[in-house]
Design a protein around this ligand. Structure first.
Ligand code: AMP
Length: 214
């Protein structure tokens, strides 16, 4: 199962991607997580990515495409994977299509989690991320068991710099301009599946599973 998750920042695609990866035992590949791990480990890639991320901008395509194409060639991706946060531009989608077509393969599902802009800013300000493992929560919709503490690793939860309201609006603008065109791109490939992301996250998940198993 080769799946791409689409949707605005804060639409909940990361949470859904993780749930799908667990259900179907396929790797969850989040480019945002890869960049954040690089920032935490002080790598040159992390330093470059941070310049863009802190401003709510996309990291340049050339820093992202090879990284993902190399990752999906690894052994654990043989039975499929779920890409979360990639592709985010048409050139990234084309790079993925090209890399897959070389091995006679293609994306099977592009799942678009739809949430209107007006819900997004509100959602992002309630989002909390773990400084240890990167897991994300929402103070209202997906709260940790203990306030500000990660259920998984026990580390502290924070509001990420790029989830602060001033950066969120910029990320939304960037989303509409550069990422939204991917909806038509995958519609034209005949693999687009759309779900309402405004309902309870377990219901969003059930609806995604129905689409994948239809
Ligand atoms: P995310 O956790 O997916 O919301 O990603 C956080 C930030 O990482 C984004 O706002 C971008 O700055 C950067 N990023 C993640 N994935 C990509 C990508 N495919 N292309 C460009 N920038 C990305």
């Amino acid at each position: 199962m080769k799946i791409v998750m689409l949707g605005a920042p804060g639409a909940g695609k990361g949470t859904q991607a993780k749930m799908i990866a667990e259900k179907y035992t396929i790797p969850h590949i989040s480019t945002g997580d890869i960049f954040r791990a690089n920032i935490k480990n002080g790598t040159p890639l992390g330093a470059k990515a941070k310049e863009y991320m802190d401003k709510g901008l996309l990291v340049p395509d050339e820093l992202v495409c090879d990284l993902v194409v190399d990752r999906i060639k690894q052994d654990d991706c043989k039975n499929g994977y779920i890409l979360d946060g990639f592709p985010r531009t048409i050139p990234q989608a084309e790079a993925l299509t090209d890399a897959l077509s070389k091995i006679n393969d293609k994306v099977e599902f592009a799942i678009n989690v739809e949430v209107p802009d007006e819900n997004i800013v509100n959602r992002m300000s309630g989002r909390r991320a773990c400084v240890g493992c990167g897991a994300t929560y929402h103070i209202k919709y997906n709260a940790p068991k203990v306030e500000d503490v990660c259920d998984t690793c026990g580390e502290k939860l924070i509001l990420r710099d790029d989830d602060k309201p001033e950066t969120v609006q910029k990320r939304l603008d960037v989303y509409h301009e550069q990422t939204q065109p991917l909806i038509d791109y995958y519609k034209n490939q005949g693999v687009l599946a759309e779900v309402d992301g405004t309902v309870d996250m377990d219901l969003v998940f059930d609806n995604i599973v129905k689409l994948l198993e239809a």
